[in-house]
Write a protein that binds this ligand. Structure first.
Ligand code: FAD
Length: 146
C-alpha cells in the first residue's frame, strides 16, 4: 500500500525516486495521511473551472503581452540582460524566469551554454511516466455532484 501511495504522489515509478527524497516528501507533509486524504488533506480543494482557468484569467488581464503557440527556442543571456526568442518574437529584459519542466529546457538553445552543473541536472531529471485524469459524475437521485 505504501508503494501505491508513493507511486501516485510521485507520479513515476519508485525506482526513479531516491529513498531520501521519498522520506523528505512524507516528512514535509506530516506523514502519508495528508498526501492522500480528501477531507483536510491535499486532495480536498480544486480550482473552480480547473487549474487552467487561472491561466485564462491571467491571459485576459495581460492581453497581447501573452504569446501563444510561440515556444521559446533561443535564450541569449548575460549577467544583466537576457533575450528570449521564438520563431516570431524576441523579447529582452533584465531577467527571465524559465518555468518549464527541466528536461524541456534542453531543447532551448542557450547562448552561452548553461553552466555544466545545471546542464547535467537537466539531463538527470526526466518527467514521470504516469498521467492522471479526474472526472466528476452526477447522481441521478437529487442531481448532486459526487
Ligand atoms: C500525473 C500528475 C498529477 C498531478 N496531480 C496534481 C494534483 O492533484 N494537485 C496539484 O496541485 N498538482 C498536481 N500535479 C503537479 C502539477 O501538475 C504541477 O506541479 C504543475 O502543473 C506545475 O506547473 P508549472 O507551471 O510549473 O509547469 P507546467 O504545468 O509543466 O507548465 C509548463 C508550461 O510551459 C510550456 N512550455 C514548455 N516548453 C516551452 C517553451 N520552449 N516555450 C514556451 N513555453 C513552453 C508548456 O506548454 C506548459 O504550458 C500533478 C502532476 C502530474 C504529472
Amino acid at each position: 500500500m505504501v508503494t501505491d501511495i508513493l507511486t501516485e504522489v510521485s507520479t513515476c515509478s519508485l525506482s526513479e525516486v531516491s529513498f531520501l527524497g521519498a522520506l523528505h516528501m512524507v516528512h514535509a507533509n506530516n506523514g502519508i495521511q495528508d498526501l492522500i486524504s480528501a477531507e483536510g488533506g491535499h486532495q480536498q480543494d480544486r480550482v473552480r473551472g480547473g487549474s487552467t482557468s487561472i491561466l485564462y484569467e491571467m491571459q485576459e488581464r495581460l492581453g497581447e503581452a501573452v504569446r501563444l503557440s510561440s515556444p521559446v527556442r533561443d535564450i541569449a543571456w548575460a549577467l544583466d540582460r537576457v533575450t528570449v526568442s521564438s520563431h516570431d518574437v524576441s523579447v529582452s529584459a533584465r531577467r527571465a524566469i524559465v518555468a518549464i519542466p527541466p528536461w524541456l529546457s534542453e531543447r532551448i538553445w542557450w547562448d552561452p551554454p548553461l553552466p555544466r552543473d545545471r546542464a547535467q541536472l537537466i539531463q538527470r531529471v526526466p518527467s514521470g511516466q504516469i498521467f492522471r485524469s479526474t472526472w466528476s459524475t452526477t447522481r441521478r437521485s437529487g442531481g448532486r455532484r459526487d
